[in-house]
Design a protein around this ligand. Sequence first.
Ligand SMILES: [Fe+2]
Ligand SMILES: [Fe+2]
Length: 196
Amino acid sequence: MAKSSAKKAVSQISSGKIKSAVTKKDESPFTTDANLSLQDLFIGELRDTYWAEKHLVNAIPKMVDAAGADNLKEALADHLEVTKTHVSRLEKIFQLLGEKTIAKKCDAMEGLTMSGEHVIENTITDTEIRDIGIIMSALKVENFEITTYKGMIQVAHSLGKEDVADLLQQNHDEEIEASNILTEMSQSITENQPAQ
Ligand SMILES: [Fe+2]
Ligand SMILES: [Fe+2]
């Protein structure tokens, strides 16, 4: 979908122009009792993301311990502190919206961190192969977070919640920063690998 038509669709949903297509159960081709407003959808995403960030606060230390290179350990440890800030910003958003702070399990993030654990289990301590595997896993996490925040920022703007969008933007920008650092690290390690 082109950027402008996607933007138009979000604004149509938020303005109620195509609300009937998603809220009138009788007319829906779906058999679920789903009846979410854009605000409900946003709160659901917020709970999901809150769970994901808190989960990462527990998962990143395992990656720090498993990493071999000092600069990788350092980058991951730095991002752990940044991730704690992300949790705090999301808590602030719950407050701003007058919502209870609730975490809803994010299956996607659980899967991503689980596959990172498998990489650690299947590689040898203090090897570049393990470090490359850890970076690849961390990049998947960062890119998932970037995409999540991009969508949430768009919806927050549509809901007219500029203060919320601002906080999400800060998290988003820090995920981009982490992704850039990890990408550079991955390039420099993989360049040193002999061709097989
Ligand atoms: Fe984060
Ligand atoms: Fe992150």
